[in-house]
Design a protein around this ligand. Structure first.
Ligand SMILES: [Zn+2]
Length: 454
């Protein structure tokens, strides 16, 4: 069966996204309530009763639902309203103008994540308009604060009003873009994400006068060594199920790069040499893949010293660590300590503290929804397929996975530029989405909800 695109929504969804981008929800401070109210009005025009809930003044999320018959799984269409900052000087168009140009909608949030907000809102509207009664409830939530950790958005909702958003299944951001392989489009479904651990290490020493360095024990030097060791350390390769399935799926399509890469399934020790070769043509993709295969540790802040002529007795640094599913903050700390002591660092002179610890999360791949996603994608593109995908960053899905919801990152989009360029654009300069992709995304999600919920 060939399913057609929802061409008659083209103007409406373009307009809706453009308006959403014009509402500046840069986080911090967020100010998502204005966008939440704008959406509530849009959805209420079609008779969807909306609720705007605020976790703090100005930090609003909008929620609505289409009540089901009560004899099937419920589904939450999730997205977030806030965006990361944009520096207009770096952009070739004003980032909050919502400009429509050359078949694209331009602006901060056009990819992350206001396009998904617009797509899911229009799907809700279409379903309501045609009087669709799903088996289970279909819920829509566009929330605050994802970009700063979700404390005022999904994190707050899960803690204070879980009943408003809890569902058996969740479709959220984090995947859905395609990877072109040999002329075929392979669409990603985000089924897992790495954990985010911010580790503070404090190095201790003995103060002294800058004119006689040998008499002191310089904490900055100690920290420089720690940062160098951890920053250049490569943790052991471990291929988690989502990544394994992804590599298998992509290698099936005989893409040369992916076939080479799939060798690591047989021997994980080959991973880095294969990636070094891939890096010659596609450096960004290679590093992205490298980060999917292991825990990573990146020094991001160093503070030490107070005066020009005093040798500092203290220096602290923060390490942004991303851990694979199956790992915990404690296993990470053990790994860090092992690496340092193997390199001769005296652990007695270091203190360790977790600033933030969000453990990794994953959802099962074999589910009825996953199958529907595959069928729907193939009904649009007979050659296409879906593969699981693990994100190296985090999304709000982690809160809901903790509640037991099956969460998939799936904002369907045909990647119409090299993957590395696409991956750079979400928080980058000149963020934009093609109108064709808006229509495509809405069409796929519309068919998905109907296919899964009736
Ligand atoms: Zn996002």
């Amino acid at each position: 069966m060939k399913i057609s695109l929802l061409e008659d929504i083209r103007d409406e969804i373009t307009q809706l996204l453009s308006e959403l981008i014009k509402i500046d929800t840069t986080n911090p401070p967020g100010n998502e309530t204005s966008a939440a109210k704008f959406l509530a009005e849009y959805l209420e025009n079609e008779g969807l009763k909306c609720e705007v809930v605020e976790s703090a003044p100005g930090r609003g999320s909008v929620i609505t639902r289409i009540k089901g018959q009560g004899n099937g799984s419920s589904l939450l269409l999730l997205s977030h309203l806030d965006v990361v900052p944009a520096n207009p000087k770096e952009w070739s168009v004003p980032p909050f103008s919502g400009l429509v140009k050359d078949g694209f909608v331009w602006g901060r949030g056009s990819l992350d994540c206001k396009s998904l907000v617009a797509i899911e809102a229009i799907v809700m509207k279409l379903l309501k308009k045609e009087g669709f009664i799903p088996k289970g409830d279909v819920i829509f939530a566009a929330t605050a604060d994802e970009e700063k950790g979700g404390k005022y958005g999904v994190g707050w909702l899960v803690k204070n009003h879980p009943e408003k958003i809890r569902a058996d299944y969740v479709i959220n951001e984090g995947g859905g873009f395609s990877i072109p392989v040999d002329g075929k489009q392979i669409f990603t479904v985000q089924t897992a994400e790495k954990g985010v651990i911010w580790l503070k290490i404090k190095a201790k020493g003995r103060p002294g006068h800058g004119s006689i360095p040998g008499a002191a024990d310089n904490a900055v030097l100690r920290m420089a060594k720690v940062a160098e060791i951890l920053g250049s350390y490569r943790s052991k390769v471990r291929v988690v199920p989502a990544v394994k399935q992804m590599i298998k799926g992509l290698a099936r399509e005989r893409g040369i790069m992916w076939r080479a890469f799939s060798k690591l399934l047989i021997n994980p020790k080959l991973a880095d040499s294969v990636l070094d070769r891939i890096a010659k043509d596609e450096p960004a993709t290679a590093e992205f893949l490298r980060a999917m295969l292991r825990n990573t540790i990146a020094p991001t802040i160093i503070r030490g010293g107070v005066k020009e002529n005093i040798i500092p007795s203290e220096c602290e640094a923060v390490f942004d660590c991303r851990i694979l599913p199956g790992e915990t903050k404690d296993s990470l700390l053990e790994e860090v300590k092992n690496v340092l002591s193997n390199e001769g660092v005296d652990l007695e002179k270091l203190e360790f503290e977790f600033i933030q610890a969000d453990e990794p999360s994953e959802s099962p791949i074999e589910t009825p929804l996953y199958e529907v996603l595959r069928e729907v994608i193939r009904s649009f593109e007979p050659n296409a397929d879906v593969v699981p995908f693990m994100m190296t960053g985090g999304t709000d899905s982690r809160f809901l996975r903790r509640l037991g919801c099956v969460c998939y990152g799936f904002a369907p989009m045909r990647t119409n530029m090299p993957l590395s360029e696409f991956l750079r654009m979400a928080h980058g300069i000149d963020e934009r989405i093609s109108i064709d992709n808006l229509v495509f995304g809405a069409s796929v999600l519309y068919e998905t909800v109907k296919g899964f919920m009736q």
